[in-house]
Design a protein around this ligand. Structure first.
Ligand SMILES: NC(=O)c1ccc[n+]([C@@H]2O[C@H](COP(=O)([O-])OP(=O)(O)OC[C@H]3O[C@@H](n4cnc5c(N)ncnc54)[C@H](OP(=O)(O)O)[C@@H]3O)[C@@H](O)[C@H]2O)c1
Length: 411
């Protein structure tokens, strides 16, 4: 079977995909048209006749079998993808925001129209995690997924581990082209939120909206947290984590986590991504690799095109679009808590009492004198997450506590 392909977008990823398709390495994949905003812009090694600025020349062309959507953002990508499906064209997309927010609608329509939708590049760039979860681990009951899903924040945190302050690490990431001029989506954890909701939907086979993912980014982490974490035997990573608590409820969040230095995830540094999957048969599995970049991402996109080429006509929903989970904060976790307190007698006792009243006990504690105060750092024993967060309100009210400087889960 041969496929005629329409490419929507010719930016960082689209350009690489176009070059690969033009190279004729892939038999029977024919690039027919590329949608761009400016068809006069020079894009080396691509024949100008392929460019169009009119989406309908691709979407309404009955000779095009498959579109590759690499425009990014929600619109017009959503309209174009739905139109393409209605025109019975297969879709390959790298767009996590689109698939996290609208996956249910897109997959349902694709089922109706009998076309395939693939999205390997939408999560962790070149790492074949979607295919692994969706197909290779089909026989497993997956119970948990934990991922370093954003290369920009992982680069910044790795630099902070090496001694940089947040602002300096961010500046370096921008200079090296790892962070956007407006890095909000990465720093606030939104990018990871889209990705973990996609992975969780596939792993647990029911659609999970990104709106149900509790999300904390990395802006609250300081170099001091890294120094203290290291003393206690930990590093700090931004993780997306989804854990099945029972067949109806799920805990899902994006948050900074302290990770023990002997956990391999703590050693995944720089712009790399990593995903750990726990299944009843496979046990613990970890995939590590390039989470972004033109070639790794093109690897996933081209893999998706070839999968569709070999798939035949049978179309399946990747998850149940009608039911979802109850999202809870009843997961059990240890916590790291850093407080700025008055340097006076009885502070540790007061804090210990308030925590005990809330059912929390302390596993480790470090106190350090500072100029006008003291820095008190605790690791708690395991507690239901909701209880921990509610007990912070009582801690905050203590007259000896000046400030809750940071609080993170411990993996
Ligand atoms: N970059 C990565 O490493 C990576 C990794 C994994 C997944 N992805 C995903 O891949 C997608 C593309 O990312 P990218 O890095 O290639 O972004 P990009 O460099 O910004 O490319 C997007 C391209 O689409 C064009 N475009 C946007 N709206 C358009 C429209 N209405 N009509 C015609 N052209 C339009 C843009 O043109 P202008 O520049 O003229 O606006 C730009 O050339 C995103 O969904 C991203 O999340 C990227």
């Amino acid at each position: 079977m041969s496929l005629n392909i329409g490419l929507l977008g010719c930016g960082t990823i689209g350009y690489q995909v176009a070059l690969e398709l033009i190279s004729k390495k892939f038999e029977n994949l024919n690039l027919k048209k590329i949608l761009v905003k400016d068809s006069k812009k020079i894009r080396e090694n691509i024949d100008k006749s392929l460019f169009t600025t009119k989406a309908e020349e691709i979407l309404q062309d009955p000779n095009i079998d498959l579109i590759v959507e690499v425009l990014g953002n929600e619109q017009p990508a959503l309209d174009y993808v739905l139109t393409a499906i209605n025109q019975k064209k297969h879709v390959v997309t790298a767009n996590k925001e689109l698939m996290a927010k609208h996956g249910k609608k897109i997959f349902s329509l694709a089922l109706e129209q009998g076309v395939h939708v693939q999205m390997e590049a939408a999560v962790a760039g070149g790492i074949p995690v979607i295919n692994t979860v969706q197909n290779d681990l089909k026989a497993n009951h997956i119970t948990e997924i934990i991922g370093i899903l954003n290369g920009t924040t992982n680069y910044i945190l790795s630099e902070m581990k090496g001694g940089e302050e947040f602002e300096e690490a961010l500046k370096q990431a921008q200079e090296k082209g790892y962070a956007e001029p407006d890095p909000t989506n990465d720093l606030e954890g939104y990018d990871s939120k889209y990705k973990i909701s996609i992975l969780a939907s596939l792993a647990f086979r029911k659609y999970i909206s990104p709106d149900s993912v509790s999300c904390v980014g990395i802006r609250s982490i300081s170099k001091k947290d890294f120094d203290l974490a290291k003393e206690m035997g930990f590093s700090i990573k931004l993780l997306g984590r989804a854990k099945l608590l029972n067949d109806k409820s799920l805990s899902i969040n994006v948050s900074p986590y302290l990770i023990s230095l002997d956990n391999p995830l703590s050693q995944v540094d720089g712009v790399l991504n990593a995903v750990e999957i726990k299944g009843d048969l496979v046990g613990e599995l970890m995939l590590i690799g390039a989470g972004a970049g033109p070639k790794p991402t093109a690897s996933s996109i081209l893999g998706d095109i070839l999968t569709i080429k070999n798939k035949g006509h049978k179309v399946f929903l990747p998850y149940n679009c009608k039911e979802s989970f109850v999202i809870t904060d009843k997961n059990i976790s240890k916590f790291y808590l850093r407080l700025e307190v008055n340097d006076e007698k009885g502070v540790i006792r007061d804090i210990g009492c308030v925590l005990a009243e809330n059912g929390l006990s302390i596993e480790a504690i470090v106190q350090k004198k500072e100029i006008d105060s003291a820095c008190l750092t605790l690791i708690t024993h395991e507690i239901e997450e909701a209880l921990f967060f509610s007990s912070l309100k009582s801690v905050e009210k203590l007259s000896s506590v000046k400030k809750i400087s940071s609080n993170f889960r411990v993996l």
